[in-house]
Ligand binder design. Structure first.
Ligand code: ADP
Ligand code: AMP
Length: 216
């Protein structure tokens, strides 16, 4: 199963990704997570990416496409993969087409999670993430049992630096300008499953499972 998760910031991609990779046993490749790990480790890539991320802009394609190509060439991706946050513009989509062509593989599905713009800022600003295991919560819509503590591993929850109202609004605009056109790009290939993301988390996942049917 080779999947792309598309959708605006706050749509619920990371939340659904955790459920999808558990059920389908494929690696979860989030370019945002890769950049954040590099920032926390103080790598050169992290230093280059940080300024763009703080402003809500896309990290340049030269930094992004190569790292995805490297990641997809790793052994664990032989069984498939789920890309979350990549591709984010037409250049990246074409670059992914080339990677797939080189390996003689095709995308199974593009899962497009749709949520009204009005809800997205509240979703992202209230997001809290576990420092240890990466599980995602929301202070209001999906609160942890204990304030600030992860339900899964009891790790400490933190708020992403770019989850403030100003940066989130910018990221939504960047999504509308650069990423949303990819829905059309993949629709022309007949592989888009659009999912209503404004439902309970488990119901969104049920709809994704239905859309994937018996795909392998
Ligand atoms: P994305 O990866 O698309 O940016 P996340 O999965 O991190 O989005 O979700 C953004 C925030 O919204 C998180 O705080 C998450 O707990 C919350 N969330 C995700 N899905 C839903 C949902 N169906 N209903 C309400 N809140 C949700
Ligand atoms: P995300 O974790 O997907 O919300 O991404 C957080 C930030 O990381 C984005 O606002 C971008 O600055 C950067 N980023 C993540 N993925 C990409 C990508 N595919 N191309 C460019 N920038 C990206």
């Amino acid at each position: 199963m080779r999947l792309i998760l598309l959708g605006p910031p706050g749509a619920g991609k990371g939340t659904q990704a955790a459920k999808i990779v558990e059920k389908y046993a494929i690696p979860h490749i989030s370019t945002g997570d890769i950049f954040r790990t590099n920032i926390s480790q103080g790598t050169e890539l992290g230093k280059q990416a940080q300024g763009y991320m703080d402003k809500g802009l896309l990290v340049p394609d030269e930094l992004t496409c190569g790292l995805v190509a490297d990641r997809l060439s790793q052994e664990d991706c032989k069984v498939g993969f789920m890309l979350d946050g990549f591709p984010r513009n037409l250049f990246q989509a074409i670059s992914l087409d080339e990677i797939l062509k080189d390996t003689d593989t095709k995308l199974t599905k593009v899962v497009n999670i749709e949520v009204d713009k009005e809800l997205l800022v509240a979703r992202a600003v209230g997001r809290r993430i576990c420092k240890s295991c990466g599980a995602t919560f929301h202070v209001e819509f999906n609160p942890p049992k204990e304030d600030g503590v992860c339900d899964v591993c009891h790790g400490e929850l933190y708020q992403r630096a770019d989850d403030n109202e100003e940066t989130v609004s910018k990221r939504i605009q960047v999504y509308l300008d650069e990423t949303k056109p990819l829905v059309d790009y993949y629709s022309k290939q007949g592989i888009v499953a659009s999912i209503n993301g404004d439902q309970q988390i488990d119901k969104v996942f049920k709809d994704i499972e239905l859309s994937l049917g018996s795909e392998k």
